[in-house]
Design a protein around this ligand. Structure first.
Ligand code: PMP
Ligand code: GLN
Length: 409
């Protein structure tokens, strides 16, 4: 095999999806809704299949989609965006991340990654020849109350010290997976100031951008002064419209940056499914007309998911577990150190949360994801007492999960 894939063969999604194939479970594991996308977007996809377009479209993005994304994000970022040179449509946010690293990271370049992080950042940086440099979100002491994701913060001095002459980019993810942290404007400003000072790019993964709960506001780092030129803002139609299997994503940024991502895209995937792009385009046209209003799907989904978050958190507390209440996103992480389980396979060298999550699947029929899967090898220990639960599920699924938790208690 090629050197670039050395040591990258393990993948948490492959491993847990395989395990679930043999075990029927209540699935609060991988992040996808188990409910249907809204009718308007399914109807748009059906229309595209029945009446076209069914053939190839423009490789860098179906024109109706890049046009509405440019208009939509132009408004949100306060920035004129050219649909044809500053928006790239990709096969999911995954491909937007892949194109970013492949296009911009050279051998030995350093990329700062904030822990815990969506797992693929690390192998993608390595595959591009780069060197991940980690900085942890540290929990603040909370005096007995429940923790929220806002209690997990970066130390600005530690962050500043991570920037070196070799730093090419920093990856941020807000709302964050797995913690649910929504970075505040001031926190983003600290990162932005360092990016400007050191002439560093920012790869901003914002796939959960519509899901900031309570009074939390999703702030786009590309909208801060001096950041448009150096930020790639990544989003996901699958996450926006609860249709994760459609795999429509995008990267938005200055044309001098996006044109390099286009080079990778045209020499790899080249194209994302036309019908799915057409449907997502129609979805955004509809949402543009009602942004923030009660008839907006983004608005309604956020309200619904906030209730699901509260419901799952309350259940976890009632059985003696400690959830970290997320400010946004699909997930919450739970401290399991209070649960004493005699895990059979303690000798196989896997971390405690991995073994716990597998035991939970096999013995209790409940799927979750171990949080050490979202950390570098040197920091796995710090997170091995946490499991990640996905709450973007039907109420009936949450009820079944609650029954399992209650009976077990
Ligand atoms: N970034 C984050 C933080 C994610 O959680 C995911 C998974 N949905 C992705 C990117 C990939 O998104 P997509 O399914 O659009 O490829
Ligand atoms: N983003 C989703 C999660 O974190 C799905 C990941 C994936 O499909 N690789 O669970």
């Amino acid at each position: 095999h090629a050197r670039r894939i050395e040591g990258l063969d393990k993948n948490i999604w492959v491993e847990f999806t395989n395990l679930l194939a043999d075990h029927p479970v209540v699935n609060l594991g991988q992040g996808f809704p188990d409910f249907s996308p809204p009718n308007f977007i399914k109807e748009a996809f059906t229309r595209a299949i029945n009446n076209g377009p069914n053939q190839y479209t423009r490789g860098f993005g179906h024109p109706p989609l890049v046009k509405i994304l440019a208009k939509f994000f132009g408004k949100l970022l306060g920035q004129d965006i050219d649909p044809f040179s500053e928006v790239l449509v990709t096969v999911g946010a995954y491909e937007a991340l892949f194109c970013s690293f492949q296009a911009l990271i050279d051998d030995e370049d350093e990329v700062i990654i904030i822990e815990p992080y969506f797992d693929c950042y690390e192998p993608m940086v390595r595959m591009a020849g780069g060197r991940p440099v980690y900085i942890q979100l540290h929990p603040k002491p909370v005096d007995g109350r429940l923790m929220t994701s806002a209690d997990w913060v970066l130390d600005p001095v530690e962050l500043a010290n991570k920037f070196s002459k070799r730093t090419k980019a920093i990856v941020i993810n807000t709302p964050n997976n797995p913690l649910g942290k929504v970075f505040k404007r001031e926190e983003l400003q600290v990162i932005a100031d360092l990016c400007v000072k050191h002439n560093v790019l920012c790869i901003s993964d914002e796939v959960y951008e519509w899901l900031a709960y309570d009074a939390n506001e999703h702030v786009r780092i590309a909208s801060l002064p001096g950041m448009w030129e150096r930020t790639i803002t990544i989003g996901s139609g699958g996450k926006a419209f609860s249709a994760t299997g459609w795999k429509v994503g995008w990267a938005i940024g200055h044309k001098d940056v996006i044109n390099h991502l286009q080079t990778v895209h045209q020499n790899s995937n080249y194209h994302c499914a036309t019908g799915a792009q057409q449907a997502v385009a129609e979805g955004f046209v509809k949402e543009y007309g009602c942004l923030g209003a009660p008839e907006s799907y983004f608005f309604n989904l956020r309200q619904e998911l906030q209730l699901k978050r509260d419901r799952l958190a309350a259940c976890l507390v009632s059985v003696g577990l400690k959830p970290v209440i997320p400010e946004g996103g699909y997930f919450l992480i739970v401290d399991i150190s209070a649960v004493k389980v005699d895990l059979p396979d303690s000798k196989i060298g896997q971390s405690y949360d991995y073994r716990f999550a597998k035991w939970l699947i096999i013995n209790k029929g409940l799927a979750t994801i171990p949080v050490s899967g979202f950390c570098s090898s040197e920091h796995k220990k710090d997170f091995e007492n946490f499991l990640r639960f996905c709450f973007v599920k039907e109420d009936s699924t949450l009820t079944k999960a609650e029954q399992i938790l209650q009976e077990w208690k």
